[in-house]
Each structure stands twice: as structure tokens, then as C-alpha cells.
Write a protein that binds this ligand. Sequence first.
Ligand SMILES: Nc1nc2c(ncn2[C@@H]2O[C@H](COP(=O)(O)OP(=O)(O)OP(=O)(O)O)[C@@H](O)[C@H]2O)c(=O)[nH]1
Ligand SMILES: Nc1nc2c(ncn2[C@@H]2O[C@H](COP(=O)(O)OP(=O)(O)OP(=O)(O)O)[C@@H](O)[C@H]2O)c(=O)[nH]1
Ligand SMILES: [Mg+2]
Ligand SMILES: [Mg+2]
Ligand SMILES: [Zn+2]
Ligand SMILES: [Zn+2]
Lengths: 209, 209
Amino acid sequence: KNVYNRNQELAEENRRRFQQAGAYVVNMISSPGSGKTSLIERLAPRCVAAGRRLFVIEGDVETERDADRLRRLGVEAVQIQTHGACHLDAAAVARALAGAELAGVDLLIIENVGNLICPTGFDLGEQLRIVVASTAEGDDKPLKYPAAYHKADVCILNKMDLLAWVDFDVERFEAAARRANAQLQLFRTSCRTGEGIDAWCDWLMQRRA
Amino acid sequence: KNVYNRNQELAEENRRRFQQAGAYVVNMISSPGSGKTSLIERLAPRCVAAGRRLFVIEGDVETERDADRLRRLGVEAVQIQTHGACHLDAAAVARALAGAELAGVDLLIIENVGNLICPTGFDLGEQLRIVVASTAEGDDKPLKYPAAYHKADVCILNKMDLLAWVDFDVERFEAAARRANAQLQLFRTSCRTGEGIDAWCDWLMQRRA
Ligand SMILES: Nc1nc2c(ncn2[C@@H]2O[C@H](COP(=O)(O)OP(=O)(O)OP(=O)(O)O)[C@@H](O)[C@H]2O)c(=O)[nH]1
Ligand SMILES: Nc1nc2c(ncn2[C@@H]2O[C@H](COP(=O)(O)OP(=O)(O)OP(=O)(O)O)[C@@H](O)[C@H]2O)c(=O)[nH]1
Ligand SMILES: [Mg+2]
Ligand SMILES: [Mg+2]
Ligand SMILES: [Zn+2]
Ligand SMILES: [Zn+2]
């Protein structure tokens, strides 16, 4: 219990700092490989076009690969390597931002470690929590991993382009997601074809701190 | 450290019990939705044909859905619901088997909770550890989640039928998996087309306790 209380205090500190800087902060959670980094790659050019300054904190067990993918697109990105820990916590986020200048950042996205369970228990100071699912993973995940859906504000169903090749019932999935959380805002996307990307990006870029 | 030491003691107890019963025990680990249950669904009829008695312990955060899928095929299956914990441990496995009669079981498969990080740290008393990957998740996972590959004996690359529709380089993936663990035995499968299923099942059914 102490771990969570301590984390909550640090999350509130983060939230105050984000508010002062005027940054709208998002925590993205999914299974490994659902498409979190791919979605941010699609978002980045749209932020530039809309004049919204994007900053990304990447969380992974090992490597800088995800931050490198984004830096190649000109995105300001910081990589946290947990070297074993299965989730980000508020302290890790505060450390990663220790030297950063957040003033002028409009949108701060924290891509959490690929894990549908542990990250859901740790507030990072975000205003919005997005859970990303993929049509390749099966439509039963909202039932089997309910906390990820229950504690999210938005659910993106990604890889819609694979529907013809997998056993996945979109209506069944969305009904299960709504049962876990009736308030959930649902988007359907494909990072391959671009389906639904504009709708999600436009919605996200309209959020204000 | 105490948690791991305590778990190790219980894992050794499990292992003794498995040896006495003559059961060969496998711990299957993957991200959510890589295809663990689907692979067991493909294995089950082949065990019947080969006269090998299969017993499955399913581990999930919530629901009996995976055990129900297997019971529908006539497989003896026990479902553990962790109600939050992100991995199985040796104590959970011992509890699940408390009333079970293992004598006569040839092959005991423990399908772990869908999580590529935490389950790798907990020995359950198994003789073999299989990590399942999917072509839909990206070919960078052995680099980003190295412990899952380093601590495995076998790696199954599943969903080979999706290769034409995803960015996935099989050679790059397998080279990365071998870098994490040079001893790794690699299989390529598709639960949809049946590709590679006989080769994996035949290899597994030949193992002896
Ligand atoms: N077909 C298809 N593939 C996609 C789509 N989005 C992402 N991918 C692929 O899915 C794989 C994983 O994508 P990532 O963006 O790296 O996923 P991630 O959630 O960031 O992964 P982690 O950071 O390891 O948790 C890559 O091979 C992508 O090319 C999509 O909409 N359709
Ligand atoms: N195209 C394709 N889909 C597959 C294959 N194997 C499994 N699937 C699909 O992938 C989804 C997830 O499969 P499961 O077997 O439930 O995966 P799992 O690893 O047991 O999932 P969890 O128990 O939740 O961790 C389902 O929709 C399956 O139909 C395959 O080889 N090819
Ligand atoms: Mg990523
Ligand atoms: Mg399963
Ligand atoms: Zn964890
Ligand atoms: Zn864990």
C-alpha cells in the first residue's frame, strides 16, 4: 500500500508541474506491439501542421529503439529504460524530465512499458489515459484484462487493416470494452492504411491542459 | 529477494511432485494474444492421437475463458484467476493442483498470464519454458524484452500466415532471439493454416519427464 501512496504523492507533484507548463499529458498503455509508437509516429506530423509542440517520454525495459524511431521524425523524445521493471511510475517520469524545459510543450505523451497489467496501477500525473488494443490480439482482452479498460479514458482499436485475416469481432470487442467502462471513448485506427488516424489526432490535439 | 527464494523452494517441491507423477511440465509465456491457447488447442487432438495424456493449467487475471476453450475440446484443464497479479508463481500452481491426480499425466502445460516481463522471474517447477511471439507484434521484441527470450528453452513464432500484412522480418527476429539466447530452439507456426504445428507437437510429445 505504501508504494501506491508514495507514487500518488509524486504523481500529484508531476501533475502540478505539467499544469504550470500548460502541457496536456497522456499515458498510453497496451500489450507489447499493439501499435503505441506507430500511433505516435502518425500523430507527430499532424502536431507540426497544427502548430502543437509534441514531447514524448518513451518507457521500455531495454533499448532506445522507440525514442530513436520518433527522433528520426524530428520529435523531441526522452527514453526511460527500466532494466527490468514492468511499468513506469511517477518517480521515473519525474527523473526523466529533471533537465527538460516543458514550457511551450502543448502535448506530452508518455508511452508506457508494453504490459496490459502492472502499468494500470501507477498514476504518472497524466490527464488522459489511453489503452491501445490490436485486432491481432483477440477480442476477449477487455474481459480478461479489465483494469486496463476500466482505468482508461480512451480505447484505440488499432490494426483495423488486419480484420480480414484474424478472428476478431469489432462489435463484441467494443461491447466488452464498454462493459469494463461505460465512459470509454472508442476510436478505430490503422497505422498502415491511415484509417481513423485523423479523427483520433484531431480529437487529441483539441485537448487543453 | 525473499519472494524469489521462497518461490524457488516451492518450485522445487512442485518439480519433485511432477517427477514422481512422471509428467513433463511446460511453462508457456507470451504477450497477451500471441496465441498460447490457440497452440494448445492445436496440440490437444495430436496428444489424443499419440496416446499422450494432456493436462493444462490456465493462468489469467480474470475469467475462465481459456480453460473453457480447452474443456470444449475434451482437455483436462484447471483455471487460475489471479484477480490482479501479473504472473503465476509456484504457490499458485501448487494450490491449483491440490486436489488433482497427476499420475498418468504425460504432458502438463501451464499457460502463464499474458505478460512478457513478470512471469519470466518465477520458476513454477517446469522442465521446459516456451516463449511465444507473434508476427503481428513487431520483430524487435527479443531486443526490447530480452529476459523472456534469455530464460526460455523454446521460442515459437506464431501467426506466420499474417506475414504479408505486417512489417516483420523473420530472419531479423530470429537473429535477435538467438542473440538473447544462443541455445534457443526455434519453431515457426500458424494456428490458422496449420503451418509448423506438426513439427512443434511431434517435438514436444517426444519429451520425457
Ligand atoms: N498491419 C498493421 N501493423 C501495424 C499497425 N500499427 C502498428 N503495426 C505494426 O505492429 C508492430 C508493433 O508496432 P509498435 O508501434 O512498435 O508497437 P508498440 O505498442 O509501440 O510496441 P512496444 O513499445 O514494444 O510495446 C510493428 O511491426 C508495426 O509495424 C497497423 O495499424 N496495422
Ligand atoms: N491469423 C492468426 N491468428 C491467430 C493465430 N493464432 C492465434 N490467433 C488469434 O489470435 C488471437 C489470440 O489468440 P489466443 O490463443 O487467445 O492468445 P493467448 O496468447 O492465449 O492470449 P492470452 O491468454 O489472453 O494471453 C485469437 O483471435 C486467435 O484466433 C495464427 O496463427 N494466425
Ligand atoms: Mg513502442
Ligand atoms: Mg490464452
Ligand atoms: Zn509489474
Ligand atoms: Zn508483474
